[in-house]
Design a protein around this ligand. Structure first.
Ligand SMILES: C[S@@+](CC[C@H](N)C(=O)[O-])C[C@H]1O[C@@H](n2cnc3c(N)ncnc32)[C@H](O)[C@@H]1O
Length: 276
């Protein structure tokens, strides 16, 4: 069981996915990679890591990288954010976009889709005036397997009950077999899920009025964060558009954004943007 390939593996992981690991997280590496090693016939995690560092990046690498992502999420995660969206951020955006009658939202690093579906349900529930608007919700993640789950809209009873008001559960979900719940098609159809690696090539996206980029930058080093934030700024649709990070995340010393604080939350607007 040789650990000599670990430093090379950390570099590879950071380059491909952005996630910064070091020896202080070896317990996490071992527990997350053990199933991948076993399923692929390796005696232990370090034998797998040796092969990964000595072969070109392919499907086995992506299985390992995905296993090292943290997919923790829930419906209406961080209630204060959703309250601010409902009471102030969305009403203002809607007022500003009433000429175009179009609202574009990006749930980036969306995990199993709870954030994007929470937004879709909120728009349907609290903003009836949007019924004849074009609402475009893009939701992206690096993990193909988590995206499959997100697209299915199927959640265990425990997942469905985490953060979800029973009113929403009854109105927007169907109770399917084995105690699982599935989001109704009308809400599922509002969200377009696709693969996107924040540290890879960015495909063409339209400009977004609201971008949620929560609880992913915490896994990246500062230089990687800065690159992602700079690209994100280019995706915002003008100076009144909004970027929301996770509760424990913030942007330091970055002229591209200005911080807005509102009661219990903070969010960002782009500093200067040339609208095209
Ligand atoms: C902790 S979850 C956050 C989910 C959701 N945004 C939230 O706040 O509840 C982090 C997500 O980031 C995704 N992720 C990690 N690295 C990524 C990358 N380089 N590009 C895109 N998504 C990434 C993971 O697959 C995971 O689903």
């Amino acid at each position: 069981m040789s650990k000599e390939y670990l430093p090379q593996f950390y570099v590879m992981l950071e380059r491909q996915v952005g996630i910064a690991l070091d020896d202080t997280k070896q317990y996490l590496l071992e527990s997350r990679l053990m199933p991948v090693a076993t399923q692929n016939g390796y005696p232990d995690v370090y034998a797998l890591i040796k092969v990964l560092t000595q072969t070109p990046v392919g499907p086995l690498h992506w299985k390992a990288f995905e296993a090292l992502t943290t997919n923790e999420t829930s419906f209406f995660r961080d209630k204060h954010v959703f309250e601010a969206l409902r009471k102030k951020i969305l009403p203002e955006l809607i007022e500003n976009r009433k000429k175009d009658r179009t609202l574009r939202i990006w749930s980036s690093a969306c995990s199993a889709g709870q954030e994007a579906y929470s937004l879709a349900m909120m728009l349907r529930e609290d903003f009836l005036q949007l019924n004849d608007w074009t609402i475009y919700i893009q939701a992206t993640d690096i993990s193909e397997s988590i995206l499959e789950k997100a697209k299915s809209g199927v959640y265990s009873s425990m997942e469905a009950h985490r953060g979800l008001d029973t009113h929403y559960l009854h109105k927007y979900f169907e109770h399917i077999e084995k105690g699982a719940y599935q989001i109704k098609p009308a809400i599922r159809q509002m969200v377009n899920f696709s693969h996107h690696n924040l540290v890879g090539d960015w495909p063409f996206y339209p400009k977004f009025d609201l971008i949620m980029l929560r609880n992913v930058l915490i896994y990246f080093k500062q230089d990687v964060k800065d690159k992602v934030l700079s690209k994100m700024q280019q995706q915002l649709n003008g100076s009144d558009s909004i970027l929301i990070l996770g509760a424990a995340e913030s942007i330091y010393h970055n002229d591209l954004y200005k911080l807005i604080t509102l009661d219990k939350i903070s969010y960002y607007k782009p500093n200067t943007i040339v609208k095209v």
